[in-house]
Design a binder for this molecule. Structure first.
Ligand SMILES: [Fe+2]
Length: 325
């Protein structure tokens, strides 16, 4: 019998090589570039993305199980990076429903007892569908990312913090228009801010980024066809600009969400890690039939970062609506 409280690393790490940099693919994401400001002792953190909490399909219990699995990790993470789409949904629902799902998230997140650092997801923004029908909807004080900031107590949608000599950066990859459209973009104000942050960051300092919409991915090649182009609703449209900004830096990893798959793209030593989804295929089973409900645990040791995907044993079929319901 399956024990849903016992996390098991069922998905092996997979490495996708690009640009002829195969020699950079190692078991731990280390390098000789940085030797300064190394952490005194190894530490771990979790990357939690796309939980899409809702009352339906057992999702709240699922999130609770995932968080219990985090609490049982042998690595004892010291903080969490939360990669967006925490709720299902705020963009296309009433204010009452948006408040309800945010309330569920707040209730479950409190059980983690970890400092949480967030990036916003496209499902976390409020009022997009309404604004598409009536421009006045964009005047709601909660419109767009305002509900996310209010409910999480955040003043900004992007920022950075340091932990034991490593610098962590949370990005806002979701562009929202007053007309209710969204797409993947790091806006010009954020690019300016990031440029300034990089200037103030020693070149050898190890860095980790968090984004909701991927900055680099080959998702289309296995979800659609090998020649498929990605839209700016699947990948950040100025992801290349980001890559050029960081390519001479000591960026170890970029943690991504949105596509709900487990993927690692290594380009010039920066590992773009898409960390699956707590919700799997939006609480309907495994994403693309193969990626289970789970989260990432990452461990930093010296100048290296290693990670694994932890499936927490959710059985989506047991919570499927009965036929005709
Ligand atoms: Fe999502």
């Amino acid at each position: 019998m399956e024990n849903q409280n016992s996390p098991s690393p069922v998905v092996p790490r997979r490495t996708v090589l690009m640009g002829g940099v195969g020699a950079l693919a190692t078991a731990a994401l280390g390098g000789s570039a940085a030797r300064a400001a190394l952490p005194a002792a190894p530490f771990s953190f979790v990357h939690i993305t796309d939980p899409h909490i809702q009352p339906e399909r057992g999702a709240t219990l699922g999130v609770s199980k995932a968080f219990a699995a985090i609490g049982a990790l042998k690595e004892k993470p010291v903080f969490g990076l939360v990669g967006g789409d925490i709720v299902m949904d705020a963009a296309a629902v009433s204010s009452e429903r948006a408040d309800l799902v945010y309330g569920l998230w707040k209730q479950e997140a409190a059980k983690l007892k970890l400092p949480l650092h967030y990036s916003v997801g496209n499902h976390d923004v409020y009022g997009l569908e309404a604004a598409g029908k009536n421009a006045a909807a964009a005047q709601d004080p909660d419109f767009g990312k305002n509900i996310w900031k209010r409910r999480l107590g955040l003043e900004r949608t992007y920022g950075s913090f340091d932990h034991q000599g490593w610098r962590f950066v949370t990005l806002d990859s979701v562009r929202v228009t007053p007309g209710g459209e969204w797409s993947g973009l790091l806006d010009s104000a954020q690019i300016t801010w990031l440029d300034d942050l990089l200037r103030k960051t020693p070149r050898t300092m190890p860095m980790v980024f968090l984004t909701h919409i991927p900055l680099l991915t080959v998702f289309g090649q296995y979800s659609d066809r090998t020649t498929a182009a990605l839209s700016n609703r699947t990948v950040v449209e100025n992801g290349r600009q980001f890559q050029e900004m960081i390519q001479n830096r000591n960026v170890k990893a970029v943690f991504q969400g949105h596509t709900h798959v487990v993927e690692e793209v290594n380009y010039l030593g920066t590992h773009y890690i898409t960390g699956g989804a707590v919700s799997g295929d939006w609480w309907k089973g495994r994403r693309l039939g193969v990626h289970p409900e789970g989260f990432v645990v990452a461990t930093v040791s010296g100048d290296s970062l290693a990670w694994r995907y932890v499936a927490y044993g959710w059985n989506a079929a047991a919570y499927a609506p009965s036929p005709g319901a």
